[in-house]
Design a protein around this ligand. Sequence first.
Ligand code: MOS
Length: 687
Amino acid sequence: MPRIEAREKVTGAARYAAEYRLPGMTYAWVVPAAVPRGLVRAVDATAALATPGVLAVLSHDGGGRNAAPRLRPQAPELALLQGPEIAYRGQPVAMVVAETPEGAREAAAAVEVRYQPEPHHVLLSRDEPDSYVPDTVNAGYPGTVETGDVDAALAQSPVVVDVTYTTPPQHAAPMEPHSATAAWEGGTLTVYHSDQAPWRTAVTLAELFGVPTEDVHVIADHVGGGFGSKAMVRPPTVLAALAARAVGRPVRLAVTRQQMFTLVSYRTPTVQRLRLGAGRDGRLRAVWHEALQQSSRLTEYCEQTVTPTRVMYATPSLRTVHRLARLDVPTPSWMRAPGKTPGMFALECAMDELAHALRMDPVELRLRNEPDLEPGSGTPFSSRNLTGCLREGAARFGWADRDPAPGPHRAGRWLRGTGVAAAMYPGYLRPCTATARAEPGGRFTVRVAGVDIGTGARTALTQLAAEALGVPPDGVTVEIGHSAYGPAPAAGGSAGLASWGTAVHRACRALLGRLAAAGGEVPEGGIEERAGTGEDIESRPELSRHSYGAQFAEVAVHAVTGEVRLERMLGVFAAGRIVNPRTARSQLLGGMCMGLSGALHEGLEVDPRDGDFANHDLATYHVASHADFRGAEVVLLEDEDPGLNEIGVKGIGELGIVGAAAAVANAVHHATGVRVRDLPIHPEDLR
Ligand code: MOS
């Protein structure tokens, strides 16, 4: 089924958050902190207030005139304009509201802020003296998991690989920048918002402003990507609502591309040391994976980077440890496949290094270490077809023809190589409610506070609803993107379709039951049923629930310049039931492209002098384009998993990026014989 809103999108009729124009609308512009740590001593708004059309200059004390309304934040990074403390460069210290965006921008430049700077530390080093091991990390995983005697097993292993990889901070860079258009009517707040989680945004804003959740309406009809950056409330959203309350008129705050780089989070840098011990038969005896990462002074966010190592390969001894250092930086947060993306880069490159040390084929090495139970916990798998993905991929990619010797492999002016890596991502089912409604004329309407961030969610939900109701897809209208439709999880954690779809399925079945009991008659006003998914699937830890995949890449590396070109790429995935193969393929390709981008292009450069990201636009923060991403294909295996939900959906939003960077890096090594352990791989690393 083609995308339902395709025509709206290609004709420009689909409206995004910054395209809503409300009567009497005004515009906000942020004044960012120019120092990474310290205090705001004074905000002088005299010149800014003299700019034509300026309505207010808000700051924590307002210079005695324009103090920002008080908030009740649960998350410290949302305590905006509430005090003088500065925790990162770019943190909002004031905000201008004006009749035009141009006026707001001009006035923001005229706001004079005096600082009391303090010494700062913004650059994560390989050995952070003040780092520590947190008890739990993002998504509730334990900070450390250990089984067996790793030290003894490593000492007794005939083959040991001990390697350290680094990955840089990365920016989500969604095509549509963040924006919020906020309006208060009495105690009711409406926000048109670029959002992955409208219901949760409503809950957060209600807490911040001390109003009931049902008095906050968050509307996200169309969203141009998010990759995690829109999966929780970021500062600009709060500022828009704050400004609207302060001036008593609707306010639009559209974040500029450059402001995006400090205001809407990023992926933490990592330093990862992996020690693998194996017998000469290739069977792992010890796996030790330790990751050092950063958070801000405001919040402890520790990415779950070593968690995939607890799931991937059979080993009698395992030690997986997260370490965290808190620096004077913006708070890192979720970005596509948090933890799994950097963690599987390191693990899957280390497995490639082990294969070379053993003179063993890297596909064969993975097959030999396939576990019967999840290694870190001993739980059975709800389903797991990594071996099927590896075998199918190897056959389709022509892996058997590969020269097993490490490079360089010369073909004229180019060196050529192929690489493989595994992919994995957890399957989640989150609390969600949906309503299904029958109208007298025979039509159905289904509502759930999910959101389509470009994935095809609206289309797949329509297919699932039609199937549950036993009608063709054009007999049902699915409405999403509005917080008022009830509790629903984010389009994040790859849990969207599994959760919304299960709730929709149950609501539709409940409605059919009601209809049957009523003899099939729909009364005048229609009838409606509500149903949901209940608690988080993690409360049932008796199964290990994941999707799997295998990534294959072929690269050409220019022998003189070191330029790396992708020649072809194949991702084979076993990811539960695929509701819509067309949009699923597109989403998995997008993930693979983002993985390629992380291997070769993406990386934020931190300026240690002022704490800024030096590259903060799309000219200097490179992301892979169509021209970079050539010859890529996706194969989806049949994969039945009864352990997650009755619709068999596992989720595919993140699986495609996992392992993709490792496959490319392993191919670069195969082509050149050079092992680059620090992403991104630059031409100068290969010359
Ligand atoms: Mo995704 S980083 O869980 O939105």
